[in-house]
Design a protein around this ligand. Sequence first.
Ligand code: ZN
Length: 105
Amino acid sequence: MVRNRKLSKSISDVGWGMFANFLDYKLKAKDGQLVEIGRFFPSSKTCSCCGHVLDELTLDIREWDCPSCKTHHDRDGNAALNIRNEGIRILSMDLGTPFLLIEAV
Ligand SMILES: [Zn+2]
């Protein structure tokens, strides 16, 4: 089934949805809150130091230097910081309790 591109995407979407529902359920049981980051939030190509957003960052580039502030970034570490900061920003608008942040794919 995963060889069919349309069907595999649907299966992946359902899998992610079930995972998010499970996390939401578990967090609510502990008085927590799940925060989902927007699908198109540029977590990898945004500098976590100055906020500069690259026009493009291909998947094969694992490290990059910000052209604005010259900070050297590990792609995944930088994305994690940006997701964390975006989640805190969203929570600060809702005045919720941060427990877990995930990125919708
Ligand atoms: Zn920068």
